[in-house]
Design a protein around this ligand. Structure first.
Ligand SMILES: NC(=O)c1ccc[n+]([C@@H]2O[C@H](COP(=O)([O-])OP(=O)(O)OC[C@H]3O[C@@H](n4cnc5c(N)ncnc54)[C@H](OP(=O)(O)O)[C@@H]3O)[C@@H](O)[C@H]2O)c1
Length: 262
């Protein structure tokens, strides 16, 4: 029976790079994102280049009813999924009170609720199958509070802590949980979140999504708990632990503020 890796957020950025890295290793894939046409062309391309089966499903995971429909389809389709990559995520930036509530809600629905629900549904199926692997995508932002991007940082802190907790809980079921914490990565993320990253985008401080994906598939093969690609990002994740929390909040806020439009 064919086993599939299901990747959310596979139409661009880190999710797309993960799809390519896994297809290169011979994995059959199910790609999920909202842009169905884009997924279709990605599926055709990956199939032609790597000879693997690539299925795709257009779905707004931030819409609970659509997510329910998708999960029902998966249940009825009886395709065996032994790797879930929860990569779909969005950010917002600027003063919280001035944010459009709809966008804040979308962030919580996608970054937290959809990810958790997918872990619950597929985690149960994997446990019955006797094993599987789940990779949740957090961020180095998970290691510190982030004024001016408060809900984004908090959503990623949730993903980090949730994933680490689940890893311990599910050990005996054979379901392995890892969490990826990338630092700044050259993707569409910043444009969608209205962040002005300017020079940072062209600097070496930003990794490419392909570099992140390569590091990640290697770390997944070793069943690493917390995956932080690159030494700069390891430093970003570690330094908040060194100072008092008031200082971490101040520095984090000052950095975020420089990227928010005035
Ligand atoms: N780029 C960075 O610097 C960075 C750093 C740390 C962590 N991350 C995290 O990495 C993950 C991937 O982001 P990225 O940088 O690769 O950004 P990206 O290029 O903007 O990719 C985001 C992906 O999520 C999908 N998506 C967005 N809303 C969705 C929805 N409602 N339902 C289903 N799919 C949805 C998008 O596809 P559609 O538009 O087709 O739906 C796209 O495939 C996110 O969780 C992000 O928080 C990024």
């Amino acid at each position: 029976m064919t086993r599939y890796a299901l990747i959310t957020g596979a139409s661009s950025g880190i999710g797309l790079a993960m799809a390519e890295a896994l297809a290169r290793r011979g994995r059959s894939l199910i790609l999920v994102a909202r842009q169905r046409d884009l997924l279709e062309s990605i599926a055709i391309e990956l199939n032609q280049r790597f000879g693997v089966e690539v299925l795709f499903r257009g779905c707004d995971l931030g819409e609970p009813l659509r997510l329910s429909g998708f999960l029902l389809e998966l249940e009825e389709g009886e395709r065996q999924i032994d790797l879930l990559v929860n990569c779909a995520g969005i950010g917002t930036c600027g003063p919280f009170l001035a944010q459009d509530w709809g966008q804040e809600q979308d962030l919580i629905e996608l970054n937290i609720l959809a990810l958790t629900r997918l872990c619950h549904a597929l985690g149960n199926t994997m446990a019955v199958q006797g094993g599987g692997q789940i990779l949740n995508v957090a961020s180095v932002a998970a290691f510190k509070p982030g004024p001016w991007m408060s809900s984004y940082h908090a959503s990623k802190a949730y993903v980090l802590h949730f994933s680490e907790g689940l890893r311990e809980e599910l050990k005996k079921t054979g379901v392995k949980i890892s969490v990826l914490c990338p630092g700044p990565t050259r993707t569409e993320f910043f444009r969608h979140a209205h962040l002005e990253v300017g020079k940072l985008e062209r600097s070496k401080r930003m990794m490419s999504p392909e570099e992140v994906a390569l590091h990640t598939v290697r770390a997944l093969a070793k069943n690493r708990a917390v995956i932080i690609p690159g030494w700069r990002n390891k430093l970003l994740a570690f330094t908040p632990r060194l100072g008092p929390r008031w200082l971490t909040r101040k520095i984090s806020g000052a950095i975020n503020k420089t990227y928010c439009p005035r």
